[in-house]
Design a protein around this ligand. Structure first.
Ligand code: NAP
Length: 385
C-alpha cells in the first residue's frame, strides 16, 4: 500500500490522479491533499478517502472551513509544505504556479519520491531542487507528458549508450492558433485562447499553450531534469499530440514516444514507478500514424516561446523572471484586465528591467519572482483594457 499525498487535488492533473487511485484502492491510500478554493470538491474527496490531513492554501479561508476539518478528525495545515510532515511514500505536486517550489524542495530535502507535474518548481529553482534531490537520494519522476516520455525513452536507451544521444526534442500541439496568421492572432478573444484543440487542462496552462510559453517552460524543465544545455534541446510542432517526445541519436536516427493525448498515461507511469502501470487506455492504432507530421515554430506567431528560449539559455535568474512575469500577465488576462497579445511584451519588459544578480537559495529566487510580478503590475497600471 502506497501512501500518497496530492498537492492540488482539485485541479485537472489532481482529478486524473484520483481516477487512477480510485481504480486501484488496494495499492494506494490518499493520506493527505491540498486544495485552494474548491472546498466542496475537497469535502467530497475526503468523504471517500478519509485522509489523515489536508491543507487549504487560500489565505482568505473561512474559519468554518477550518472548523469543518477539525470536526471530521482530519489534521489541517495552512501551508502545503507542512502537510509533508505526515507519513507518506510519494507526493504528487500538481498545484499551478511557482507556489509549488517550496513543497517540491521540502520533499526533495526529505529524500522522498516526488511526482512532478508542477513544472514551475524547476523553472524557478531547478538548480537548488536538483541539488537537493541528488544530495538526499530523492526520486523525481516527471509527470509533464513530454518529460515523462523523455524519461521513458532515456531509460530504454541507457541500455544502449547515453553518449549516442544528440538531442531531446519536445513536441507542441501549436495550440488553437496554429493555422491562424499573426494578424488573426492579434484579433483573438479569451474564449478562443481557452479552446485547446487536443488537451483538456487547467486554464493557466491552456493560455500558456496558446502562447507557447508552456513549451519554453518545458525546455527549462527538461534542461534541469535531464542535465542538458540548450544545444541539446529543441521543440517542434506536432498538431495531433500523439508523439510527445523524440530522442535524436548521433547516428541520425530517432525514437518517438507515442500515446493518446491524455494525462492518464504520464500520471499513471509516475504513480506506479518503478513498476509498470496497468493497462489504462488503449494504444494508438497503427492506422493513425499517418496523422504524424511536424512543423517548425513560427517566431511571428509565437514570440513568447523565443523570449523564453533565450531566457532559458541565459539561465540564472532569467527563467524565474520569465515564469513569474508570465504568471502575473496570465492572471491579469484571465481577470479580463489585459489582452492575450499583451503577454509577451510584459514578459520582455520584466526581463529587461531586472539586472542579472546571483541567486543561491530558494528565498533569493522567491524574491526575484515577486520582483517580476510587481514589475508586470506596474507595467499595466492605468493601461488595463
Ligand atoms: N493539466 C494538464 O494536463 C497538465 C499537463 C502537464 C503539466 N501540468 C502542470 O500541472 C500543474 C497543474 O496544472 P492543472 O492544469 O492541473 O491546473 P488546474 O486545473 O488549474 O489546478 C490547479 C490546482 O492548484 C490549486 N491552486 C490554485 N491556486 C493555488 C495557489 N495559489 N496555491 C496553491 N494551490 C493553488 C487549485 O486549487 P482549487 O481548484 O481548489 O482552487 C488546483 O487544485 C501546472 O504546473 C501545469 O503546468 C498540467
Amino acid at each position: 500500500m502506497q501512501k500518497v499525498i496530492i498537492l492540488g487535488i482539485t485541479g485537472s492533473v489532481g482529478a486524473t490522479a484520483l481516477r487512477i487511485l480510485n481504480n486501484d484502492p488496494e495499492k494506494f491510500y490518499l493520506t493527505g491533499f491540498s486544495y485552494h478554493s474548491n472546498f466542496k470538491q475537497a469535502q467530497d474527496i475526503a468523504r471517500i478517502w478519509k485522509p489523515l490531513a489536508v491543507s487549504c492554501t487560500n489565505p482568505h479561508i473561512q474559519a468554518e472551513e477550518i472548523e469543518y476539518w477539525k470536526k471530521e478528525g482530519i489534521l489541517f495545515f495552512e501551508r502545503m509544505e507542512e502537510l509533508l510532515s505526515i507519513e507518506y511514500d510519494a507526493v504528487l505536486v500538481a498545484v499551478v504556479g511557482s507556489i509549488g517550489a517550496l513543497a517540491t524542495k521540502t520533499a526533495a530535502d526529505q529524500g522522498k519520491r516526488i511526482l512532478l507535474a508542477n513544472k514551475e518548481s524547476l523553472v524557478m529553482a531547478g538548480s537548488i531542487i536538483m541539488e537537493s534531490v541528488a544530495k538526499n537520494s530523492a526520486t523525481l519522476v516527471p509527470v509533464d507528458s513530454e518529460h515523462s516520455s523523455l524519461f521513458r525513452l532515456l531509460h530504454n536507451s541507457r541500455a544502449i549508450d547515453s553518449r549516442s544521444i544528440k538531442k531531446l526534442i519536445l513536441t507542441a500541439s501549436g495550440g488553437p492558433f496554429r493555422t491562424h496568421t499573426p494578424e488573426e492572432i492579434m484579433q483573438t478573444r479569451k474564449e478562443d485562447v481557452l479552446k485547446h484543440p487536443t488537451w483538456n487542462m487547467g486554464q493557466k496552462i491552456t493560455v500558456d499553450s496558446a502562447s507557447m510559453v508552456n513549451k519554453a517552460l518545458e525546455l527549462m524543465e527538461a534542461s534541469h531534469l535531464f542535465g542538458m544545455d540548450y544545444n541539446h534541446l529543441d521543440a517542434v510542432i506536432h498538431s495531433k499530440s500523439l508523439v510527445h517526445a523524440i530522442l535524436q541519436y548521433n547516428d541520425g536516427s530517432h525514437s518517438f514516444h507515442v500515446s493518446h493525448p491524455d494525462m492518464v498515461y504520464p500520471v499513471a507511469h509516475a504513480l506506479y514507478y518503478p513498476h509498470a502501470a496497468p493497462e489504462i487506455l488503449p494504444s494508438v492504432a497503427l492506422g493513425d500514424y499517418e496523422q504524424i507530421s511536424f512543423e517548425r515554430i513560427d517566431p511571428k506567431k509565437y514570440p513568447a516561446f523565443f523570449i523564453g528560449k533565450e531566457a532559458g539559455a541565459r539561465g540564472g535568474i532569467f527563467p524565474s523572471i520569465f515564469n513569474a512575469a508570465n504568471e502575473k500577465a496570465v492572471s491579469l488576462f484571465l481577470e479580463d484586465k489585459i489582452r492575450f497579445q499583451q503577454i509577451p511584451a510584459a514578459i520582455e519588459h520584466a526581463l529587461n528591467k531586472i539586472p542579472d544578480q546571483p541567486a543561491s537559495s530558494l528565498e533569493d529566487f522567491m524574491e526575484i519572482d515577486q520582483m517580476a510580478r510587481d514589475i508586470v503590475s506596474e507595467y499595466f497600471k492605468g493601461k488595463y483594457a
